[in-house]
Design a protein around this ligand. Structure first.
Ligand code: FAD
Ligand code: NAI
Length: 486
C-alpha cells in the first residue's frame, strides 16, 4: 500500500518548500518531491533560486562590487589600496558555500517540520473521478515508488528559454548556471537579452574586468520599467566603461567555435554586424517547466503559453490540485512563488475544515521588483505609462539622491525616487526607484501600498536623519509640492 499524505508538493524551490513548511505548520502530513541535483550529482533543495538563481547571483554581485569599489572608488574616500586583484576561484567557492548553507538549511527545516523529503521526478498519475486521493509516481535513476495524497501542489518552476540559433553548452554559450560558474574573467563577454539576468550577470563580469556587450531585441531599454527610470538607468549604464548595450537588434546566426563565439546580427538601422566574444550568455527569458509532470495523461490544463492554467487562487482544472510559482502566470519572482505557496497552504486548510469565506490570493500589484545593478532599480505598483494607458489621473513627487546627505556620505548619488499618487484620493499607486540600496528602500513603499496609504500618510512619518529613506519621504512630500531640501 503506497504511503499516504494530506499534501504532496512537487518541486522544492521557493514556491514548493515554503508551501511545504506552511502546510506542516498547519498540521498537515506533508511530502515534498524534488529532482534537483547539484554539479556533484547530489540532491539539492531550494530550486532555481537557491541553486542557480537569486542567492548565488547576489553573492557574486556583492563580491564583484566589493572588488570594483576597492579598485576604483575607495580612493574617493582617501582609502588607498594598491594592486587590487580578484581571485575568481575564491569568489566562486564563497558563492558555492553560501548556496550549500542554504540548500542544506532547507533539508533541516524539512526535518524540523516533519516534512518527508523525496528525491526524484514526481509525475501526477491519472485518477478515476471517484477516487479521493491522487497517486504520484516518484522516479530516480530507474527506481520508482508511488505515494498518495489528498491534495497536490505543483511547484515545478521554470527553465531558461532556449535560443534557436545555438545550443547552451555552458562552456562557450552559457545560461544562468554557466554564467554563475565561470572560472576566469572573459576578455569580451556577449549577452543576448538586456533583461534582469542579462543586466545582473553582465554587471558581475564587467565589474571584474570583462568588456560586456549586450544585444537586446526590443527597440527600447527595460521597456516594462517606468520610462523615466529606464532612461536614467540607460544614461548611467552608458557612461560605464566596458559596457555597451545595443537595442533593436536581430540575431541572424551564432557560431560557437573552440576559442570564441561569433554572433551575426542586424542592428537597429538594419546594418549587418558581427560580434566576436570569448563567451556568450543567453538570457532571453524563462519558460514554465511542466516536463515529466504527466500532463499528457492526467488532463492538467496548460494555458496558451505553456504555463499550468490556474485561477487567481492558484486552483488548476483538477480537483484538489494547485500550482504556484514560475510554472503559473504572473511575475517570475521567488517572493511571489513563496507567497502563493503560503496562500495555497492556507486555502487547503480552509477547504479541509469546510470553512467558507475569502480564499487567499496574492496581490500582484504589491509585489516588488528589484534589479540588482549599480545603482539598483526597484519598483512596486503602476508606472507612469500604465497609468496613462488606463486613463488614471495622477500626481507625481520626485526627489534625487544627490540632494540627500547619506547618499553623499556613501558617495552614491545617482538616481531618484518617484511616488505616483491618485490625483483625487492621493492614494499611492506606484513607487519607482533607482539609486543606492533601493532593494531595501522599496519595502517601505510596499507596506504603504499594502495598507492603502496616501502620499500624505508617508509625508507624516518621521524618517531618520541622515538616511537614504529620507529620499522616499521627500518624494512623498513632493506629491503636494512641499519637498523641503530641493
Ligand atoms: P524553482 O525555483 O524553479 O523550483 C522548482 C523545483 O522543482 C526545482 O528544484 C526543480 O528541479 C523541481 N522540479 C521540476 N519538475 C519536477 C518534477 N516533475 N519532479 C520533481 N521535481 C521537479 N527572483 C527573485 O525574486 N529575486 C532574485 O534576485 C532572483 N534572481 C534570479 C537570478 C537568476 C539567475 C535566475 C535564473 C532567477 C532569479 N530569480 C529571482 C527568479 C527565481 O529564481 C524564481 O522566480 C523562483 O526560483 C521560482 O520558484 P519556484 O519554486 O516556482 O521554482
Ligand atoms: P527577462 O524577461 O527579464 O529579459 C529577457 C530579455 O531578452 C528581454 O528584454 C527580451 O526582449 C530579450 N530577448 C528575447 N528574445 C531575444 C532575442 N532573440 N534576441 C535578443 N533579445 C531577446 O528574462 P531573463 O533576464 O532571462 O530573466 C528571467 C526572469 O527571471 C526575469 O523575468 C525575472 O522574473 C527573473 N529574475 C529575477 C531577478 C530579480 O528579481 N532580481 C534576477 C534574475 C532573474
Amino acid at each position: 500500500m503506497p504511503e499516504s499524505f494530506d499534501v504532496a508538493i512537487i518541486g522544492a524551490g521557493p514556491g514548493g518548500y515554503v508551501a511545504a513548511i506552511r502546510c506542516a505548520q498547519l498540521g498537515m502530513n506533508t511530502v515534498c518531491i524534488d529532482e534537483w541535483k547539484n554539479t556533484k550529482g547530489k540532491a539539492s533543495l531550494g530550486g532555481t533560486c537557491l541553486n542557480v538563481g537569486c542567492i548565488p547571483s547576489k553573492a557574486l554581485l556583492e563580491s564583484s562590487e566589493n572588488f570594483y569599489q576597492a579598485k576604483y572608488k575607495f580612493s574617493n574616500h582617501g582609502v588607498m589600496v594598491e594592486n587590487v586583484s580578484a581571485d575568481i576561484s575564491v569568489m566562486i567557492a564563497r558563492k558555492d558555500k553560501i548556496v550549500t548553507t542554504f540548500t542544506t538549511g532547507i533539508a533541516s527545516l524539512f526535518k524540523k517540520n516533519k516534512i518527508k523529503s523525496l528525491h526524484g521526478r514526481g509525475t501526477l498519475l491519472k485518477r478515476e473521478p471517484s477516487a479521493d486521493t491522487w497517486t504520484i509516481r516518484v522516479s530516480d535513476n530507474g527506481i520508482t515508488e508511488e505515494i498518495q495524497a489528498k491534495y497536490v501542489i505543483l511547484a515545478t518552476g521554470s527553465n531558461p528559454r532556449p535560443l534557436n540559433f545555438v545550443p547552451i553548452d555552458n562552456e562557450m554559450v552559457l545560461d544562468n548556471s554557466g554564467a554563475l560558474a565561470l572560472t576566469e574573467v572573459p576578455k569580451r563577454l556577449g549577452v543576448i537579452g538586456a533583461g534582469v539576468i542579462g543586466l545582473e550577470m553582465g554587471s558581475v563580469w564587467r565589474r571584474l574586468g570583462a568588456e560586456v556587450i549586450i544585444l537586446e531585441a526590443m527597440p527600447g531599454f527595460l521597456m516594462a520599467v517606468d520610462e523615466q527610470v529606464a532612461k536614467e538607468a540607460r544614461n548611467i549604464f552608458s557612461k560605464e566603461p566596458g559596457l555597451q548595450i545595443h537595442t533593436g537588434i536581430n540575431i541572424q546566426s551564432i557560431q560557437a567555435l573552440k576559442k570564441n563565439v561569433v554572433v551575426n546580427y542586424s542592428d537597429y538601422s538594419g546594418q549587418e554586424q558581427t560580434l566576436e566574444v570569448d563567451k556568450l550568455i543567453v538570457a532571453i527569458g524563462r519558460v514554465p517547466n511542466t516536463a515529466g509532470l504527466g500532463v499528457e495523461d492526467n488532463g492538467l490544463l496548460l494555458d496558451e503559453r505553456g504555463f499550468v492554467a490556474v485561477d487567481q487562487h492558484c486552483r488548476t482544472n483538477l480537483t484538489n490540485v494547485y500550482a504556484v510559482g514560475d510554472v503559473v502566470r504572473g511575475p517570475m519572482l521567488a517572493h511571489k512563488a513563496s507567497e502563493e505557496g503560503v496562500a495555497v497552504a492556507e486555502m487547503i486548510l480552509h477547504q479541509e475544515k469546510n470553512k467558507t469565506g475569502e480564499n487567499e490570493a496574492v496581490d500582484f500589484n504589491t509585489v516588488p521588483w528589484v534589479i540588482y545593478t549599480a545603482p539598483e532599480i526597484a519598483w512596486v505598483g503602476k508606472n507612469e505609462q500604465e497609468l496613462k494607458a488606463a486613463g488614471i489621473a495622477y500626481k507625481v513627487g520626485q526627489f534625487p539622491f544627490i540632494a540627500n546627505g547619506r547618499a553623499r556620505a556613501i558617495g552614491e548619488t545617482s538616481g531618484f525616487i518617484k511616488v505616483l499618487a491618485d490625483e483625487k484620493t492621493d492614494r499611492v499607486l506606484g513607487v519607482h526607484m533607482i539609486g543606492p540600496h533601493v532593494s531595501e528602500l522599496i519595502s517601505e513603499a510596499v507596506m504603504a501600498m499594502k495598507f492603502s496609504a496616501s502620499s500624505q500618510d508617508i509625508a507624516c512619518i518621521v524618517h531618520a536623519h541622515p538616511s537614504l529613506s529620507e529620499v522616499f519621504h521627500e518624494a512623498a512630500l513632493g506629491v503636494d509640492k512641499r519637498a523641503l531640501h530641493i
